[in-house]
Design a binder for this molecule. Structure first.
Ligand SMILES: Cc1cc2nc3c(=O)[nH]c(=O)nc-3n(C[C@H](O)[C@H](O)[C@H](O)COP(=O)(O)O)c2cc1C
Length: 337
Protein backbone atom coordinates (compact mmCIF):
# COMPACT_ATOMS: atom_id res chain seq x y z
CA UNK A 1 0.00 0.00 0.00
CA UNK A 2 0.97 3.63 -0.41
CA UNK A 3 0.43 6.74 1.64
CA UNK A 4 0.75 9.54 -0.86
CA UNK A 5 3.93 8.63 -2.74
CA UNK A 6 5.38 6.61 0.15
CA UNK A 7 5.53 2.95 -0.85
CA UNK A 8 4.99 0.78 2.23
CA UNK A 9 4.98 -2.68 0.66
CA UNK A 10 2.37 -5.39 1.10
CA UNK A 11 0.35 -5.32 4.32
CA UNK A 12 2.60 -2.98 6.28
CA UNK A 13 2.49 -3.30 10.05
CA UNK A 14 1.76 -0.06 11.88
CA UNK A 15 2.64 0.63 15.50
CA UNK A 16 -0.53 2.35 16.78
CA UNK A 17 -0.13 5.80 18.29
CA UNK A 18 -0.36 5.55 22.10
CA UNK A 19 -0.02 8.38 24.54
CA UNK A 20 2.69 7.75 27.15
CA UNK A 21 3.76 4.63 25.26
CA UNK A 22 4.97 5.40 21.74
CA UNK A 23 7.80 7.71 22.72
CA UNK A 24 11.28 7.39 21.35
CA UNK A 25 12.63 4.36 23.24
CA UNK A 26 9.56 2.20 22.58
CA UNK A 27 9.38 3.25 18.95
CA UNK A 28 13.01 2.24 18.65
CA UNK A 29 12.32 -1.25 20.03
CA UNK A 30 9.30 -1.78 17.76
CA UNK A 31 11.24 -0.64 14.72
CA UNK A 32 14.05 -3.00 15.63
CA UNK A 33 11.53 -5.84 15.57
CA UNK A 34 9.95 -4.93 12.28
CA UNK A 35 7.25 -2.27 12.72
CA UNK A 36 6.96 -0.72 9.27
CA UNK A 37 5.24 2.56 10.10
CA UNK A 38 5.03 4.49 13.34
CA UNK A 39 3.34 7.52 14.89
CA UNK A 40 4.22 9.90 17.65
CA UNK A 41 1.94 10.09 20.68
CA UNK A 42 -0.90 12.44 19.79
CA UNK A 43 -0.24 16.15 20.16
CA UNK A 44 -2.86 18.70 21.08
CA UNK A 45 -3.45 21.53 18.62
CA UNK A 46 -4.22 23.88 21.51
CA UNK A 47 -0.96 23.02 23.24
CA UNK A 48 0.92 23.54 19.98
CA UNK A 49 -0.65 26.96 19.55
CA UNK A 50 0.53 27.80 23.09
CA UNK A 51 3.96 26.45 22.19
CA UNK A 52 4.00 24.07 25.16
CA UNK A 53 7.51 22.64 25.42
CA UNK A 54 6.47 19.11 26.34
CA UNK A 55 4.14 18.96 23.32
CA UNK A 56 6.83 20.21 20.96
CA UNK A 57 9.19 17.65 22.41
CA UNK A 58 6.78 14.85 21.45
CA UNK A 59 7.23 15.85 17.81
CA UNK A 60 10.98 15.24 17.80
CA UNK A 61 11.66 12.58 15.20
CA UNK A 62 14.69 10.42 14.46
CA UNK A 63 16.05 8.71 11.36
CA UNK A 64 15.17 5.26 12.71
CA UNK A 65 11.50 6.29 12.95
CA UNK A 66 10.84 6.60 9.25
CA UNK A 67 8.31 6.42 7.78
CA UNK A 68 6.64 8.18 10.68
CA UNK A 69 3.60 10.38 11.28
CA UNK A 70 2.87 13.08 13.79
CA UNK A 71 -0.67 12.70 15.07
CA UNK A 72 -2.64 15.81 15.99
CA UNK A 73 -5.99 16.27 17.70
CA UNK A 74 -8.28 19.16 18.46
CA UNK A 75 -11.77 20.54 17.90
CA UNK A 76 -11.17 23.90 16.26
CA UNK A 77 -10.47 23.61 12.51
CA UNK A 78 -8.33 26.77 12.44
CA UNK A 79 -6.19 25.63 15.35
CA UNK A 80 -5.87 22.22 13.69
CA UNK A 81 -4.68 23.80 10.45
CA UNK A 82 -2.03 25.75 12.38
CA UNK A 83 -1.07 22.59 14.29
CA UNK A 84 -0.73 20.66 11.03
CA UNK A 85 1.60 23.31 9.63
CA UNK A 86 3.72 23.31 12.79
CA UNK A 87 3.79 19.51 12.71
CA UNK A 88 4.84 19.59 9.06
CA UNK A 89 7.87 21.71 9.99
CA UNK A 90 9.00 18.96 12.36
CA UNK A 91 9.60 16.81 9.25
CA UNK A 92 7.35 13.73 9.49
CA UNK A 93 6.52 11.67 6.41
CA UNK A 94 2.82 12.27 6.88
CA UNK A 95 0.38 13.85 9.28
CA UNK A 96 -2.38 11.92 11.02
CA UNK A 97 -5.59 13.32 12.47
CA UNK A 98 -7.04 11.72 15.57
CA UNK A 99 -10.80 11.24 15.20
CA UNK A 100 -10.97 8.36 17.64
CA UNK A 101 -9.79 9.29 21.12
CA UNK A 102 -12.56 8.33 23.60
CA UNK A 103 -11.18 10.13 26.67
CA UNK A 104 -13.77 12.36 28.39
CA UNK A 105 -11.70 15.50 28.70
CA UNK A 106 -10.99 15.35 24.97
CA UNK A 107 -14.45 14.47 23.63
CA UNK A 108 -16.04 17.02 26.00
CA UNK A 109 -14.24 19.65 23.98
CA UNK A 110 -15.46 18.21 20.69
CA UNK A 111 -12.15 16.58 19.71
CA UNK A 112 -11.10 12.96 19.05
CA UNK A 113 -14.05 10.56 18.75
CA UNK A 114 -16.51 13.45 19.31
CA UNK A 115 -15.88 14.36 15.66
CA UNK A 116 -17.88 11.21 14.81
CA UNK A 117 -20.95 13.12 16.01
CA UNK A 118 -20.41 15.75 13.33
CA UNK A 119 -19.32 14.11 10.08
CA UNK A 120 -19.70 17.27 7.96
CA UNK A 121 -17.48 19.06 10.49
CA UNK A 122 -15.00 16.18 10.39
CA UNK A 123 -14.90 16.37 6.61
CA UNK A 124 -14.40 20.14 6.61
CA UNK A 125 -11.59 19.92 9.13
CA UNK A 126 -9.85 17.19 7.15
CA UNK A 127 -10.25 19.16 3.92
CA UNK A 128 -8.78 22.29 5.45
CA UNK A 129 -5.76 20.38 6.78
CA UNK A 130 -5.17 18.55 3.49
CA UNK A 131 -5.19 21.91 1.68
CA UNK A 132 -2.89 23.59 4.19
CA UNK A 133 0.04 21.14 4.11
CA UNK A 134 1.98 19.50 1.32
CA UNK A 135 2.51 16.18 3.13
CA UNK A 136 -0.05 13.38 2.87
CA UNK A 137 -2.69 13.51 5.60
CA UNK A 138 -4.22 10.35 7.09
CA UNK A 139 -6.84 9.81 9.80
CA UNK A 140 -7.60 7.34 12.55
CA UNK A 141 -11.07 6.75 13.92
CA UNK A 142 -13.49 4.24 15.47
CA UNK A 143 -16.64 2.46 14.30
CA UNK A 144 -18.85 5.27 15.59
CA UNK A 145 -19.98 6.94 18.79
CA UNK A 146 -22.01 4.03 20.18
CA UNK A 147 -23.80 0.86 19.05
CA UNK A 148 -26.72 2.90 17.65
CA UNK A 149 -24.45 5.24 15.73
CA UNK A 150 -21.87 3.22 13.88
CA UNK A 151 -21.20 5.67 11.07
CA UNK A 152 -17.60 4.89 10.12
CA UNK A 153 -18.64 3.93 6.61
CA UNK A 154 -20.02 7.41 5.92
CA UNK A 155 -17.03 8.93 7.72
CA UNK A 156 -14.67 7.00 5.42
CA UNK A 157 -16.41 8.22 2.26
CA UNK A 158 -16.35 11.80 3.51
CA UNK A 159 -12.71 11.62 4.56
CA UNK A 160 -11.76 10.19 1.20
CA UNK A 161 -13.60 13.10 -0.48
CA UNK A 162 -11.65 15.45 1.78
CA UNK A 163 -8.39 14.11 0.33
CA UNK A 164 -7.33 11.86 3.22
CA UNK A 165 -4.61 9.45 2.02
CA UNK A 166 -5.38 6.45 4.28
CA UNK A 167 -7.75 5.65 7.12
CA UNK A 168 -7.06 3.53 10.20
CA UNK A 169 -10.17 2.11 11.86
CA UNK A 170 -10.21 0.77 15.42
CA UNK A 171 -13.01 -1.81 15.65
CA UNK A 172 -14.75 -0.31 18.68
CA UNK A 173 -17.21 2.50 19.27
CA UNK A 174 -16.37 5.47 21.46
CA UNK A 175 -18.60 4.29 24.29
CA UNK A 176 -16.75 0.97 24.41
CA UNK A 177 -13.45 2.69 25.18
CA UNK A 178 -11.27 -0.46 25.24
CA UNK A 179 -13.81 -2.98 26.56
CA UNK A 180 -15.35 -5.94 24.75
CA UNK A 181 -13.80 -7.44 21.67
CA UNK A 182 -12.89 -5.35 18.66
CA UNK A 183 -15.38 -5.99 15.83
CA UNK A 184 -13.82 -6.04 12.39
CA UNK A 185 -17.06 -6.59 10.43
CA UNK A 186 -17.53 -2.92 9.59
CA UNK A 187 -13.83 -2.49 8.89
CA UNK A 188 -14.24 -5.19 6.22
CA UNK A 189 -17.37 -3.52 4.85
CA UNK A 190 -15.57 -0.20 4.44
CA UNK A 191 -12.55 -1.88 2.86
CA UNK A 192 -14.71 -3.80 0.41
CA UNK A 193 -16.84 -0.86 -0.68
CA UNK A 194 -15.78 -0.32 -4.32
CA UNK A 195 -16.14 3.44 -3.84
CA UNK A 196 -13.31 3.38 -1.28
CA UNK A 197 -9.96 3.65 -3.00
CA UNK A 198 -7.83 5.02 -0.15
CA UNK A 199 -6.00 2.33 1.84
CA UNK A 200 -7.77 1.05 4.96
CA UNK A 201 -5.74 0.02 8.00
CA UNK A 202 -7.42 -2.34 10.46
CA UNK A 203 -6.85 -1.99 14.20
CA UNK A 204 -7.98 -3.67 17.40
CA UNK A 205 -6.96 -6.77 19.36
CA UNK A 206 -4.41 -8.20 16.93
CA UNK A 207 -3.04 -10.44 19.64
CA UNK A 208 -0.67 -12.52 17.55
CA UNK A 209 0.29 -13.79 14.10
CA UNK A 210 -2.59 -16.25 13.64
CA UNK A 211 -5.17 -13.63 14.55
CA UNK A 212 -3.46 -11.13 12.24
CA UNK A 213 -3.75 -13.59 9.34
CA UNK A 214 -7.42 -14.33 10.15
CA UNK A 215 -8.35 -10.66 10.24
CA UNK A 216 -6.47 -10.00 7.04
CA UNK A 217 -8.28 -12.85 5.31
CA UNK A 218 -11.64 -11.76 6.71
CA UNK A 219 -11.36 -8.11 5.66
CA UNK A 220 -8.63 -7.70 3.03
CA UNK A 221 -7.41 -4.51 4.71
CA UNK A 222 -4.32 -2.86 3.27
CA UNK A 223 -2.40 -2.60 6.53
CA UNK A 224 -2.59 -3.84 10.13
CA UNK A 225 -2.13 -1.62 13.17
CA UNK A 226 -1.00 -2.97 16.52
CA UNK A 227 -1.14 -1.11 19.81
CA UNK A 228 -1.48 -2.76 23.23
CA UNK A 229 -0.35 -6.22 22.13
CA UNK A 230 3.08 -4.75 21.40
CA UNK A 231 3.55 -3.47 24.96
CA UNK A 232 5.90 -5.93 26.62
CA UNK A 233 6.14 -7.76 23.30
CA UNK A 234 7.68 -5.48 20.66
CA UNK A 235 8.77 -8.57 18.68
CA UNK A 236 5.11 -9.16 17.79
CA UNK A 237 5.86 -7.35 14.52
CA UNK A 238 8.59 -9.85 13.66
CA UNK A 239 6.33 -12.74 14.70
CA UNK A 240 3.55 -11.56 12.38
CA UNK A 241 5.85 -10.84 9.46
CA UNK A 242 7.53 -14.23 9.84
CA UNK A 243 4.16 -16.02 9.91
CA UNK A 244 2.97 -14.13 6.84
CA UNK A 245 6.06 -15.01 4.85
CA UNK A 246 6.62 -18.62 6.00
CA UNK A 247 3.41 -19.86 7.64
CA UNK A 248 5.50 -20.76 10.69
CA UNK A 249 5.11 -19.55 14.24
CA UNK A 250 8.37 -18.31 15.73
CA UNK A 251 9.16 -19.86 19.09
CA UNK A 252 8.44 -17.50 22.01
CA UNK A 253 11.47 -15.68 23.40
CA UNK A 254 13.38 -17.12 26.32
CA UNK A 255 13.27 -15.37 29.67
CA UNK A 256 16.92 -14.41 29.16
CA UNK A 257 16.12 -12.79 25.80
CA UNK A 258 13.26 -10.85 27.33
CA UNK A 259 15.52 -9.62 30.14
CA UNK A 260 18.10 -8.48 27.58
CA UNK A 261 15.37 -6.64 25.77
CA UNK A 262 14.16 -4.95 28.96
CA UNK A 263 17.72 -3.84 29.68
CA UNK A 264 18.09 -2.32 26.24
CA UNK A 265 14.78 -0.47 26.39
CA UNK A 266 15.43 0.72 29.94
CA UNK A 267 18.86 2.09 29.06
CA UNK A 268 17.46 3.89 26.03
CA UNK A 269 14.64 5.37 28.14
CA UNK A 270 17.10 6.64 30.70
CA UNK A 271 19.54 7.93 28.11
CA UNK A 272 16.87 9.73 26.15
CA UNK A 273 15.03 11.07 29.20
CA UNK A 274 18.45 12.08 30.50
CA UNK A 275 17.27 11.12 33.97
CA UNK A 276 17.53 7.77 35.70
CA UNK A 277 14.36 7.98 37.75
CA UNK A 278 12.18 9.41 34.98
CA UNK A 279 13.50 6.84 32.52
CA UNK A 280 12.54 4.07 34.94
CA UNK A 281 9.10 5.55 35.57
CA UNK A 282 8.56 5.70 31.83
CA UNK A 283 9.40 1.99 31.64
CA UNK A 284 6.95 0.84 34.29
CA UNK A 285 3.99 0.29 32.01
CA UNK A 286 6.24 -1.93 29.88
CA UNK A 287 7.85 -3.74 32.82
CA UNK A 288 4.36 -4.71 33.95
CA UNK A 289 3.82 -6.53 30.66
CA UNK A 290 7.14 -8.15 29.86
CA UNK A 291 6.82 -11.34 31.90
CA UNK A 292 3.27 -12.70 31.65
CA UNK A 293 2.34 -16.08 33.08
CA UNK A 294 5.61 -16.73 34.93
CA UNK A 295 4.81 -18.88 37.96
CA UNK A 296 5.21 -17.35 41.45
CA UNK A 297 6.14 -14.04 39.91
CA UNK A 298 4.06 -11.67 42.05
CA UNK A 299 6.76 -10.65 44.50
CA UNK A 300 9.36 -9.98 41.81
CA UNK A 301 6.81 -8.09 39.75
CA UNK A 302 5.92 -5.83 42.66
CA UNK A 303 9.59 -5.17 43.35
CA UNK A 304 10.30 -4.46 39.72
CA UNK A 305 7.46 -1.98 39.52
CA UNK A 306 8.60 -0.19 42.67
CA UNK A 307 12.28 0.04 41.76
CA UNK A 308 13.54 3.59 41.30
CA UNK A 309 17.19 3.05 40.39
CA UNK A 310 18.92 1.03 37.71
CA UNK A 311 20.64 -0.96 40.43
CA UNK A 312 17.28 -1.92 41.96
CA UNK A 313 15.78 -2.91 38.58
CA UNK A 314 18.91 -4.87 37.78
CA UNK A 315 18.66 -6.76 41.08
CA UNK A 316 15.22 -8.02 40.07
CA UNK A 317 16.28 -8.81 36.51
CA UNK A 318 19.10 -10.97 37.88
CA UNK A 319 16.58 -12.71 40.17
CA UNK A 320 14.36 -13.38 37.15
CA UNK A 321 17.22 -14.96 35.25
CA UNK A 322 18.27 -17.02 38.27
CA UNK A 323 14.80 -18.33 38.90
CA UNK A 324 13.39 -18.75 35.39
CA UNK A 325 16.44 -19.48 33.26
CA UNK A 326 15.67 -21.93 30.48
CA UNK A 327 11.97 -21.02 30.44
CA UNK A 328 10.16 -19.19 27.66
CA UNK A 329 7.74 -16.32 28.05
CA UNK A 330 4.25 -17.31 26.97
CA UNK A 331 2.17 -14.49 25.52
CA UNK A 332 -0.99 -16.46 24.75
CA UNK A 333 -4.18 -15.06 26.28
CA UNK A 334 -2.50 -12.03 27.78
CA UNK A 335 -5.09 -9.49 28.90
CA UNK A 336 -4.68 -6.21 27.04
CA UNK A 337 -6.29 -4.00 29.67
C1 LIG B 1 -2.39 3.87 26.59
C2 LIG B 1 -3.04 4.13 25.26
C3 LIG B 1 -2.86 5.35 24.64
C4 LIG B 1 -3.44 5.61 23.41
N1 LIG B 1 -3.19 6.80 22.79
C5 LIG B 1 -3.67 7.01 21.53
C6 LIG B 1 -3.31 8.18 20.80
O1 LIG B 1 -2.55 9.05 21.27
N2 LIG B 1 -3.83 8.32 19.56
C7 LIG B 1 -4.67 7.39 18.99
O2 LIG B 1 -5.10 7.55 17.85
N3 LIG B 1 -5.00 6.27 19.66
C8 LIG B 1 -4.52 6.06 20.89
N4 LIG B 1 -4.80 4.89 21.53
C9 LIG B 1 -5.58 3.84 20.82
C10 LIG B 1 -4.65 2.89 20.06
O3 LIG B 1 -3.96 3.56 19.04
C11 LIG B 1 -5.45 1.71 19.43
O4 LIG B 1 -6.39 2.25 18.54
C12 LIG B 1 -6.19 0.88 20.47
O5 LIG B 1 -5.36 0.59 21.57
C13 LIG B 1 -6.70 -0.43 19.87
O6 LIG B 1 -5.67 -1.19 19.30
P1 LIG B 1 -4.96 -2.43 20.08
O7 LIG B 1 -6.04 -3.43 20.41
O8 LIG B 1 -3.97 -2.94 19.12
O9 LIG B 1 -4.36 -1.84 21.32
C14 LIG B 1 -4.26 4.62 22.78
C15 LIG B 1 -4.45 3.40 23.41
C16 LIG B 1 -3.85 3.14 24.64
C17 LIG B 1 -4.08 1.80 25.29
Amino acid sequence: MKIGEIELGQVPLFLAPMEDVTYKSFRYMCKKYGADVMYTEFVSSDALARNVKKTRHKMTLFDFDRPVAIQIYGHDPEAMVIAAKVAEEAGPDFIDINFGCPVKKIVRRGAGAAMLLDLPGMQKMAEAIVKAVSLPVTAKTRLGWDQEHKNVHEAALRLQDAGISALAIHGRTRDQFYSGDADWTLIGEVKNDPRIVMPIIGNGDIKGPVRAAELLRQTGVDGLMIGRPSIGRPWIFREIRHYFSTGEILPPPSVTEVVENVREQLHLSIEWKDDERRGILQMRRHLARYFPHLPDFREIRTGLLRAETIAAVEEYLVKIIDRYQGMHVDYTDVSLN
